[in-house]
Design a protein around this ligand. Structure first.
Ligand SMILES: C[S@@+](CC[C@H](N)C(=O)[O-])C[C@H]1O[C@@H](n2cnc3c(N)ncnc32)[C@H](O)[C@@H]1O
Length: 254
């Protein structure tokens, strides 16, 4: 069953249909405009397959750095943590935490750091599908999470995030360009940059891919989303810059 919001892709001025449970429009000083919509187990990714691949691919590493750009309200970080905890033995999962999650939008980062998250029915159904018992991760609360300029969905329900999740991610407000500039990789990075580059013009996407290609060493992963592949030539730029597609939206640096 699908629940749709009436969110709009601001840059292309084309109305899009999205699941987003919470989100706002953000205008950067440089003129970029974004929706911050995100949701649990966004279905442009096979999360179970990703978790198993992460385990096998980094089997000889003691520690793996998951860095998330465009982390929004935390839906994506929580999805990645749950996918790892549900599909890997705990001893294999722990080396991936804590995830470092960055977003440029102060309001949405404050929401992520609040320990609460707004959900729609599709979010809660996805949690049930992808975890044995999702009450380990989230509990219902009567407290509300108010996000300025939020695109409200009818029947949005606020959940409280458990420490199992909160202790495994750090949310911080930052521009991904600045984090990227200071990043040091040791072939042990999973860089998630999903559903943000698709808002850029192609020349900026290509320039961004080149910076990522210079930073990531052999074996590290770069993960994008459906919005990026649909709205830019990112797949072509990645292949031209020494990335190999492992499976849908997952690229490995050669
Ligand atoms: C559509 S959301 C994507 C959320 C999530 N990654 C997903 O795929 O569901 C795009 C997010 O990118 C963030 N963003 C835009 N420019 C950014 C930048 N330069 N650095 C970090 N985050 C940025 C926006 O604030 C917004 O929350």
């Amino acid at each position: 069953m699908k629940i749709y919001s009436n969110s709009v892709c601001v840059q292309s001025k084309v109305p899009t249909i999205a699941f987003g449970t919470t989100g706002r429009y953000h205008k950067c000083p440089n003129g970029d405009e974004f929706g911050t919509n995100s949701w649990f187990f966004r279905d442009d990714m096979d999360w179970k397959r990703l978790a198993r691949f992460e385990k096998q691919h980094f089997y000889n590493k003691n520690r793996v750095n998951i860095i998330q750009f465009a982390s929004s309200d935390g839906s994506e970080a929580y999805t990645q943590i749950i996918a790892l905890l549900e599909n890997l033995p705990l001893k294999n999962a722990e080396k991936f935490f804590p995830i470092k999650a960055y977003d440029i939008d102060e309001e949405i980062v404050n929401a992520a750091n609040s320990g609460k998250i707004n959900t729609c029915l599709a979010d809660r159904m996805n949690l049930q599908i992808h975890s044995d018992d999702y009450t380990k991760y989230f509990t219902e609360t009567l407290e509300q999470l108010n996000i300025r300029d939020d695109i409200k969905l009818q029947n949005s329900k606020t959940l409280k995030v458990s420490n199992i999740l909160r202790n495994r991610v750090h949310f911080e407000r930052a521009d991904m360009y600045n984090i990227l500039a200071g990043m040091n990789d040791n072939s042990d990075t999973i860089l998630m940059c999903r559903n943000v580059l698709g808002y850029f013009e192609n020349d900026r996407v290509e320039q961004f891919v080149k910076i990522v290609a210079n930073k990531l060493k052999t074996g590290s992963l770069f993960i994008i989303g459906e919005h990026d592949t649909k709205n830019s030539f990112i797949d072509k730029y990645l292949k031209e810059n020494n990335f190999m597609q492992v499976f849908k939206h997952i690229y490995q640096k050669l």
